[in-house]
Design a protein around this ligand. Sequence first.
Ligand code: ACO
Length: 440
Amino acid sequence: MANKNRRPNNKFAKLSLNNKTFKLPIYNSTQGESVIDISKLHSQAKIFTYDPGFTSTASCESKITFIDGDKGILRYRGYDIEELAIKSDFIEVVNLLIYGDLPNKEQLIKYKKLISRHTLLHEQIINFFQGFRRDAHPMAMMVGVMGALSSFYQDSLDINDPHQRQEATRRIIAKSSTIGAMAYKYSIGQAFVSPKNNLSFSENFLHMCFSNTAEEYKISPILAKAMDTILILHADHEQNASTSTVRLAGSSGANPFACIAAGVSSLWGPAHGGANQAALEMLEEIGSSKNIKKYLSKAKDVNDPFRLMGFGHRVYKNYDPRAKILKKICKKVLNHVGIKNDPILKLAIDLEKIALKEKYFIEKKLYPNVDFYSGIILRAIGFPPEMFTVIFAIARTAGWTAQWTEMSEDPIQKIGRPRQLYTGNKSLKYGLKRSKKNTR
Ligand code: ACO
């Protein structure tokens, strides 16, 4: 945030410290909060800022995704998510996120071909899978195989070559769905199903997961559209934990496959992408609407670690717009697969209704997030809960690669290196002090 020439400004914040005043430039965003540039603060005032969890810190400048958490707005490159979910498809959204504009018809056809050319995996990677335990979580396989791509595609590791950067991006997006489908097949003990490049991205993923060597999966347009919408809704979400992880890994110059593997790891946690699996498991544990009050009491109890999974968000202090879209799709998909009255969907709707009337959830502005309804849809399509976060990761390769590309092209990007508030020992003489216990 330090480039004076790039961002002329005439507004400053003043910081008074030890009888000195420091002028800190303020930069306006095109929409949303402005930022105070503190990048020179330490060199001038010998002090750091302290912000665990980065709740008040902008880590970069970005033109990709905009969120207004109070109003429940999400836009990719200026386009409302509601409109993209209805009118676009996943690969067009990938193109939009990475290149900044919606492609015309010819550009889109060409881009789809470019992506689908990369759906196959090197034969050695297929062997690589045999090293995993069959009962491994498919996210463990995603992390491992994504990182391993850097050993197979060595002609797209040069981060200073724009052509290689684009090639790596296309490989990551195309191969993530093949890796995800293979992780699923491996976990259920079935043979891998090869991609079919005449299918759309979402259709192909369903085909690789649900066809088998004896039987071709008949792709329903309703389920393929639901799958595609889920991918669009999860494609990017500005500087969340996994995207910041990708940017931080990338800032050191690490290769793109390694950076995306770091993002997959970060996404896995239950506070982030792992929440979709946790939300469905929670609904199954609650079991029936008559138990809702008991679980809400647990969620409100400060001494109980239980949280309502799929509820609450760092940025949205209103209904997550993605959850609204998914709630509608949920009913459509369940009707299509013949589940007229799904007890889990009924429970989710009842839980949402009751929670949103409770003082605790109103005061803390806790609303359903994207993970609350996505699991019900994915389960109806036929996926086990362990695959939910894998699907999130496949979708998010779009945002991760777009953000990584933006970072790589940013002339003021530096290695990410936060500082700390040190509260440990001052200088000690070796051996004078010994711990009574050697475990914690
Ligand atoms: N259930 C009960 N209480 C909650 C919940 C919840 N789901 N979420 C937040 N709270 C409470 C916290 O206990 C805290 O209370 P306090 O102020 O009395 O300490 C307050 O609301 C603020 O919560 P924080 O954890 O400080 O907020 P933060 O912005 O750090 O966390 C998060 C956001 C991690 C998403 C949180 O809401 C949560 O854990 N939700 C459940 C997990 C989940 O659904 N994650 C998916 C997020 S979306 C995504 O990553 C795609």
